[in-house]
Design a protein around this ligand. Structure first.
Ligand code: IVH
Length: 703
């Protein structure tokens, strides 16, 4: 894996102005080119990069109003016109990127309206392309793209199969419906199968798929599209006093609207409520089933809208709160093949680090080999990476026009990369024919390792003979071994067999933190495993925890939580058998086992603050009587949080013998230091319940 380098972080709220007028004009021209391509369904840069460019242009105009070009994206609605003249301009929206921006917009709106804005609506910003659909006598007569905002292209024929945009309304009315044509996630997958079946390249992502499809003429096949309305012209007065009522009227006519979508529309009476709803919709972003690139907030009352009015390109009564881009482009550096615990073999993309949806992504799933071949993604390609919500990032496609000539198709492995054995390719998801047994060697050695269950005598050679004799396939099998069976193995005498059985037996007494570490749950290391064990207290609580419960553990976000839940489901049979063999499944001293001790203000442990929060402690060098893991475990037993690196946030560094740079850094940062022997004394005093001595030792270093 490459080191996590800092990816370009796009923060349009703090944009840097251009230095010279020429640079500014060049920026405007670039933005115009990108926007024109975008409205034609072709993506030349990702959204975040475009937004950052527009933000730089706007920042420059703030500094040098005289430089402003009439072609600036801050003034005009970009795009190429067409033959259909719009009944009223199809405007764009101003963007904000954070809560401050949203509150700033509301304050300006308040000023423009001259009184408190009584209601706002909050609805999804659908990531598709805008169209206007005219109905006469309830029949759909014309559908036009937004084009340059004044005129657009006639796409009536192509729009005939768009779900949510009926050919006939439920009443014979004249109305113009405006909204977004887009492709749902499920339709995107289906559309690509259809494309591939017709020998055409896959669509890179849902937005360009929708734009390309609406504007495609004479395609020999149809692919599914959807529509959601967000505005209308010609709504009867009795339904037109608020935006929400107008949308409800459209829904009554049989048109799909943003309010009816999985994202829904909320009416809020204060900007605080709006902020809460924006955050809530952001949290559900990955579960909506279609791409949203933000939230649109509008003044609900038509009277407020009229009072606020319009700028040359956008209404003042509405604003788009843009989410961090969920799709970015980056370079595919390598394709790695991973073999999972059950023998599942999957291709994983290693990427030039890129910020997607607010986090830096360095790897993404390529699903399976069949999919990889279908997508024809190659090393060296510029690829689209999508991370919707908290789901694992995926590659949705490659930019074929930017493919380096040297890029070769990926060659899937012919044998299992871990055990060199045969691969079962009969299913979409390939597996090593040996299944769980393929990873057994690694899993057993990890289980028996010093920092895990610390089973002496269970090294490479013994594990290999156990596997060769077919005596074990997973760690639980170890507990079923007896001396007679082991003594029959090559190079194993009765004495060593007896010792090994005794050591295996003794490991049953190890605390839950060791057991959890030993299971090798993905995305949890030793120190996180200890935190997990302390947090939950028992394996039963760990197994019963939902993703939301996991997020309460320090250091676990929702992405990691999902992986852990899935891993534990996979490990459940092994855990159940370990439990049945009598392996310890509780963590002594966990506050979860003694709920009263966790109350703030009561029973504060030596390395806890008064509010019960842990001090961050680094143990470096060797502490007499403690291995590295034992030192860290002791920190946690004392209520602290062990960390591997010294920073300004470190509360205490335990400096043992032979400590190096970490001790220097502690001195440099003036972090309190405790000598290794003192730490050993502290632990002993705590174990013996000698509170006074504990306090004395700590008083020498902590203020
Ligand atoms: S209202 C006059 N509502 O976003 C108000 N626009 O970036 C016009 N869009 O051009 C827009 N979802 O194509 C509105 N719920 C929504 C929207 C939405 C997507 C698009 C629309 C607009 C663009 C501005």
């Amino acid at each position: 894996m490459p080191a996590i380098a800092t990816a370009p972080v796009v923060d349009p709220t703090h944009a840097q102005p251009f230095y010279t007028h020429d640079e500014y004009l060049d920026g405007v021209e670039r933005a115009l080119r990108c926007a024109t391509a975008y409205h034609a369904g072709d993506v030349t840069v990702d959204d975040a990069t475009y937004d950052a460019l527009v933000a730089r242009i706007a920042a420059t105009e703030d500094h040098h109003p005289a430089w402003q070009s009439t072609a600036s994206p801050t003034r005009t609605v970009a795009g190429t016109g067409g033959d259909v003249e719009h009944s009223a301009p199809m405007l764009s929206l101003d963007n904000v990127f954070d809560e401050d921006g949203l509150r700033g917009w509301a304050a300006r709106l308040h000023k423009a309206v001259g009184q408190r804005v009584a209601q706002y609506t909050v609805e999804p910003k659908v990531d598709g392309l805008a169209v206007a659909a005219r109905y006469r006598g309830g029949r759909l007569v014309l559908v036009a793209t937004r084009g340059d905002g004044r005129t657009g292209e006639d796409v009536t024929a192509q729009a005939r199969l768009v779900a949510g945009l009926p050919q006939r309304l439920s009443a014979p009315v004249d109305v113009e419906v405006r909204g977004e044509v887009f492709m749902t996630d499920a339709d995107f997958a289906a559309a690509n199968e259809i494309r591939v079946a017709h020998g055409e390249p896959r669509f890179a992502h849902p937005r360009s798929a929708a734009a390309g499809t609406v504007r495609a003429i004479d395609r020999g096949y149809d692919v599914p599209l959807s529509f959601l309305a967000y505005a209308a012209i010609g709504v009867p007065d009795e339904h037109a006093s608020t935006h929400s009522a107008a949308i409800e009227y459209l829904a009554g006519l049989g048109v799909a609207t943003t309010a009816q979508s999985s994202a829904g529309m909320v009416v809020g009476t204060s900007i605080d409520e709006v902020v809460d709803n924006v955050v809530a919709l952001g949290a559900r972003r990955g579960e909506l089933g279609f791409a949203v690139d933000g939230v649109v907030v509008k003044a609900n009352f038509t009277a407020d809208q009229e009072a606020a009015g319009y700028s040359s390109r956008a209404p003042r009564w509405s604003v788009a709160y843009k989410f961090p881009a969920d799709t970015r482009t980056t370079t595919l550096l390598r394709i790695e093949v991973q073999v999972g615990r059950t023998g599942l073999i999957t291709p994983v993309a290693v990427l030039e680090p890129v910020q997607v949806g607010g986090v830096i992504v360095t790897t993404a799933t390529l699903h399976n080999f069949a999919d990889l071949v279908l997508r024809d993604v190659r090393v060296g390609d510029t690829v689209f990476v999508r991370r919707a919500g908290e789901v694992i990032p995926e590659i949705t496609g490659a930019k074929l026009d930017e493919r380096p000539e040297t890029a070769l198709p990926f060659e899937p492995p012919a044998v299992c990369p871990r055990c060199q054995g045969e691969i079962d390719q009969s299913q979409k998801r390939w597996r090593c024919l040996r299944g769980r047994a393929c990873g057994a060697r690694e899993a057993l050695l990890y289980y028996a390792g010093r920092d895990a269950m610390d089973i002496e005598g269970l090294g490479d050679k013994v594990v290999d003979s156990l596997l060769a004799a077919g005596l074990v396939t997973d760690p639980a099998d170890l507990y079923g071994l007896d001396v007679a069976t082991l003594a029959r193995l090559d190079r194993m005498g009765t004495l060593s067999a007896a010792n090994l059985v005794a050591n295996i037996e003794a490991s049953k007494l190890k605390p839950l933190s060791r057991v959890f570490t030993a299971l090798g749950v993905r995305m949890t290391g030793r120190s996180l495993s200890r935190r997990i064990a302390r947090h939950f207290g028992t394996m039963a609580a760990i197994q019963a925890a939902t993703a939301a419960d996991w997020e309460l553990v320090d250091g676990i976000g929702s992405g990691r939580a999902q992986v852990i839940v899935a891993e534990l489901a996979e490990l459940a049979p092994v855990i159940d058998r370990l439990t049945a063999y009598g392996v310890t499944m509780v963590e002594p001293g966990s506050p979860a086992l003694e709920p009263d001790a966790a109350e703030p203000g009561t029973a504060v442990l030596p390395l806890q603050r008064r509010d019960g929060s842990p001090l961050t402690v680094v143990v470096t060098g060797s502490v007499p009587g403690f291995s590295r893991t034992e030192g860290n475990e002791a920190v946690e037993v004392l209520g602290g949080r062990s960390s591997g690196s010294v920073s300004a946030k470190t509360d205490l560094v335990v400096v043992g013998e032979g400590a190096g740079s970490k001790a220097d850094r502690a001195a440099q940062l003036r972090v309190p230091v405790l000598a290794g022997e003192q730490f050993a004394q502290l632990v002993a005093a705590h174990r013996a319940g000698k509170q006074k001595q504990v306090r004395q030792i700590l008083r020498t270093v902590l203020r």
